[in-house]
Design a protein around this ligand. Sequence first.
Ligand code: S3P
Length: 169
Amino acid sequence: MTAPLVVLVGPMGAGKTTVGRLLAERLGVGFRDTDDDVEAAEGRTVSDIFVESGEEHFRAAERAAVARGLTEHEGVLALGGGAVMAEETRALLEGQRVVFLRVGLADAASRVGLGASRPLLLGNVRGTMKTLLDERTPVYEGVATAVVDTDGLTPSDVADAVLEMVPHD
Ligand code: S3P
């Protein structure tokens, strides 16, 4: 069975997608993102799935996308920010190289901007982000085998820091 070289976890605004792409490029491997996989499987955007079918439907599709990514993908795999809240997903992450991209409230809020493409943040980006960070940070820490503090760093700096944690030539 194959497994990703590294799995990136962390909240919205941690930079999982931007950093993941850079990292994959530097490692010469593929990049995969569970949000993209859910959108491809459903034929609609994450926002549309939330609005039309609700969060529970999205979470089920996300669990399936994570399970597929973990068994099919050998490169860098980024998980959507809420994926680790599923016990099934946490169990699948055991034994994997999982890097938590940590971000504080100020940087996370500034990176997501108005949060227009993130349905959970609509209405009150900063307040919701704070609640999610408080609730989820211990969960990210629990699944992670390494942590990178991203506050004040560029995506390129963060990619370099993760690169150090991954076997490469
Ligand atoms: C979510 C994070 C998003 C996306 C969805 C829900 C969350 O992914 O899966 O909007 O619950 O934190 P990113 O972390 O890639 O923005």
